[in-house]
Ligand binder design. Structure first.
Ligand code: EPZ
Length: 419
């Protein structure tokens, strides 16, 4: 059980990194497989904790899983479940996507509520709204969800009061086989949702409007088998680009897709990075220069992603000038601030705003990781800090970053894990 990382800095991050498949694409696509009673082959699945917990969950309910490195062969022909008492559900947010497929396959489900990074209260009201609206009788109290299909649709139009990646996926999954045309308005349009729609359409679904605010779904009788390759991880890509930028280095991220992180590349260019892109690689070069600070406002795609806010808070901490970051998605995605201050960063945190006054240097300390993107941000901080950084409770990072020690060692970072 890895408990902490030790990093000796400062380092200049230069070299190449192969980007893995997207965690936030692989998860909804794996849960979508529960709708299909055939063997499905999915490639470029990253070896991450959240994926492994999901596969453990699936095996518990009788689903056949075979894994060859980054290829998963899954067959959900037989599902035997009446009550989920598994504490695995509480470990990840993605388990919420069990609701729609299990209701369709088994007509009822009782399960505890999902978990996930502690980013403040993480409600599921939008998921409940969708399911109720589309013919599900659902009760939710004391962290237990009890639901069953009762056929009567309230109407065939879903209108989200706010954009939600998770609830958009739930609304798609529950609608696939409904005979009436279902219209989903104000839906999220993250690349990972488009990837899930592409996967489902390849299996025979009829989902239109991907990447727009309105998705229309025409029900089909069943879905068939297919082979599919997952999208590259845009947040992992952005993370390694920031790692090199803050160390005044240069890096090539390959096996990625520059078109799905335009907002991140735009901010890195504003910060002084020279960026070159080709169809599946991005080259960043700081020409040995210190970053300029950049103002950030997080919002649903295509705007700046909340999953890159901690990494850019660090970039602003060591850049020239003062900057403002507004976090509009998660109320408590600020656990990195206290730890960065311990290292010498000059940061003010007021409500959902972060004001950074750039300093030239930060210093190695013993710090604590509280969630996935906080953990990776502290690793990046350790890479550029002067002296030794010890990061405790580092296991969070294995939820979202594949082969992290190997990738950082390939970038010549002096990093080691302590059990
Ligand atoms: C997904 O989380 C991602 N997780 C998150 O990635 C990502 O940060 C987030 O989308 C971005 O929006 C996965 O895909 C597994 P939301 P999700 O529903 O679906 C509120 C990472 O680091 N909300 O889009 O949970 C919610 O509180 C993780 O990789 C409701 O109010 O996010 C938040 O303020 C972190 N009611 C906002 O909507 C609901 O029913 C966006 O949440 C659901 C959400």
């Amino acid at each position: 059980m890895i408990k902490k990382f030790i990093i000796l800095g400062p380092n200049k991050i230069e070299g190449e990194v192969k980007i893995s498949g997207s965690k936030n694409s692989a998860l909804p696509i794996l849960y979508s497989c529960l709708l299909i009673k055939k063997e499905i082959i999915i490639k470029n699945i990253p070896n991450l904790k959240d994926i492994n917990i999901t596969l453990k969950l699936f095996k518990k309910i009788g689903i056949k899983i075979k894994r060859e490195k980054n290829i998963i062969i899954i067959n959900a022909k037989y599902i035997n479940i009446n009550y989920f008492s598994s504490n695995l559900i509480k470990k990840i947010r993605a388990s919420i996507w069990l609701l729609a497929p299990i209701l369709i396959r088994c007509k009822k489900i009782k399960m505890n509520t999902p978990g996930g990074c502690k980013l403040g209260y993480r409600p599921i009201d939008l998921h409940i709204y969708v399911l109720k609206h589309l013919g599900v009788k659902i009760k939710y109290k004391n962290n237990i969800i009890k639901a069953k299909i009762n056929k009567k649709l309230t109407s065939n139009v879903i209108l989200f009061k706010k954009k939600s990646v998770g609830a958009t996926i739930t609304s798609i999954l529950i609608s696939i086989f409904i005979k009436k045309k279902i219209i989903i308005k104000n839906c999220s349009k993250e690349p990972e949702i488009i990837d899930t729609i592409n996967f489902l359409n390849k299996c025979g679904a009829k989902i239109y409007g991907k990447g727009t605010n309105t998705i229309t779904i025409y029900g089909v009788k069943k879905l068939s088998s297919c082979k599919y390759k997952i999208l590259p991880d845009r947040i992992e890509t952005g993370t390694y680009l920031v790692a090199s930028a803050i160390s005044r280095g240069k890096i090539i991220c390959y096996n990625t897709n520059p078109n799905i992180l335009k907002s991140i590349l735009y901010k890195l260019k504003l910060s002084g990075a020279k960026i070159k892109i080709k169809n599946d690689f991005i080259k960043l070069d700081m020409k040995n220069k210190r970053c300029k600070s950049v103002n950030i406002i997080t919002n649903p795609y295509p705007y700046f992603p909340t999953d890159m806010q901690p990494q850019f808070t660090l970039l602003n901490c060591i850049s020239k000038g003062k900057s403002l970051i507004k976090e509009n998605i998660f109320k408590k995605r600020f656990s990195h601030i206290k730890q960065l201050k311990k290292m010498g960063a000059n940061i003010k945190h007021i409500n959902n705003k972060i004001i950074c006054y750039g300093v030239k240097k930060i210093f190695g300390k013993t710090i604590i990781a509280k969630d996935l993107r906080c953990a990776i941000t502290l690793i990046l901080a350790g890479c550029i800090a002067y002296g030794k950084t010890t990061i405790k409770y580092i296991n969070h990072v294995y939820r979202g970053y594949e082969n992290i020690i190997k990738k950082f060692k390939n970038l010549k970072i002096k990093i080691k894990k302590i059990n």
